[in-house]
Design a protein around this ligand. Structure first.
Ligand code: FE
Length: 348
């Protein structure tokens, strides 16, 4: 070969090599986290590592459907979901690549990550938690009227309850947990009681339920804590006026504890950038990112020893609260049963 050709070939090879390296600096993220404050979380990761994040946004069900359809050709590297049962479901369908990370295992309590397989690898990791609490019209009701989930079915609350669709993952997981605590028959009776107590047919998201309590349309509602914290910390006077009118209760403090759900992450089964994917999950478990979950999106951090300062979370919980501890797999397995119960009692 001519010397110049050889030089050109060497140069071309080097360029292709560099191109591949540059391409490796990309991470394909499928995210169900629908929170605008997360932008800072992603840009900080890119700043620190040079890895650019390409994001696909969809809800939990949409992401799972997409992963199934794409199969081995899926470009997804990291998956973020916002419901424990969906994480479990994706794991059981083999959509995740189990990961062994000393850092993640050390930072995240065992009950907030997937059960390790024979090699000690976990399929997903909880990154933050949110509690499902009850809010009530302070003028009409007292805390003791609604301080347990069971009380939402009490006939004295007839025409008072506002709640989003029963089939939404946040409710399916709450009801799946209730099935563990109460058994099937009592849970179905409870769901029926709630349907009878509804102020209106389920519609809207959690924030809509909170606002409907403030407007007087309903007396009692169910919401995830971060929606409430968002209103508490809002710069809009109207939002804070909503908060003024309502009381908050963390249910079941004197029994099994308040239902808590997980938002978590996993590496996709067919990830092309596994190393970067693990690096991203480890970053999300770092004190800086954990603080962001708490301060940016009003979630509770999961990493051990992370201190955070969020006045809204402190104000609503009184600093600390008792949360239920249940095997996530049980909550996940109950979901088909729960959906059937919802259909039978007419819970939309
Ligand atoms: Fe949400």
């Amino acid at each position: 070969m001519h010397r110049l050709s050889r030089l050109l070939l060497a140069l071309t090879t080097a360029c292709i090599g560099m191109g591949a390296m540059a391409q490796d600096k990309v991470l394909n993220l499928y995210s169900a986290r629908h929170y605008p404050t997360d932008e800072a979380l992603y840009s900080d990761f890119t700043k620190a590592t040079g890895i650019r994040i390409q994001r696909v946004d969809a809800d939990d069900a949409g992401i799972l459907a997409r992963l199934r359809a794409e199969g081995a050709a899926s470009p997804a590297d990291v998956i973020l979901l916002v419901d424990a049962a969906r994480l479990w479901r994706a794991e059981s369908e083999g959509l995740f690549l189990p990961v062994k990370s000393k850092l993640l295992d050390g930072a995240i309590p065992a009950h907030l990550r997937a059960k390790p397989d024979a090699t000690g690898a976990s399929a997903w990791f909880g990154l933050s938690t949110r509690a499902r609490v009850v809010v009530y019209d302070k003028l009409k009701w007292a805390k003791t009227d609604v301080d347990a989930y069971e009380k939402l079915a009490d006939p004295k609350l007839k025409g008072q309850l506002c709640i989003r669709s029963g089939s939404h993952p946040y409710n399916l997981s709450l009801f799946g947990a209730m099935t563990e605590h109460l058994g099937e028959a009592k849970t179905e009776a409870w769901l029926k009681g709630m349907v009878e107590n509804m102020a209106r047919s389920p519609k809207g998201g959690d924030t809509d339920q909170i606002k409907a309590v403030a407007s007087g349309e309903c007396g009692v509602a169910v919401t995830n804590t971060y929606y409430l914290a968002r209103l508490m910390r809002s710069t809009q006077a109207a939002d804070r006026a909503v908060v003024e009118k309502i009381g908050v209760v963390f249910p079941n403090q004197s029994s099994w504890g308040t239902h808590v759900n997980i938002a978590g992450g996993a590496v996709a089964r067919n990830a092309k950038h596994v190393e970067s994917a693990v690096q991203f999950l480890e970053y999300l478990a770092s004190p800086a990112a954990q603080n962001h979950f708490a301060n940016g999106n009003n979630e509770w951090p999961v990493a051990k020893g992370v201190s955070f300062d969020n006045p809204a979370l402190k104000a609503m919980s009184g600093g600390a609260f008792k949360s239920e501890i249940l095997p996530i797999s049980a909550v996940g397995q109950n979901q088909v049963k729960v959906q059937q119960m919802l259909d039978r009692v007419g819970f939309k």
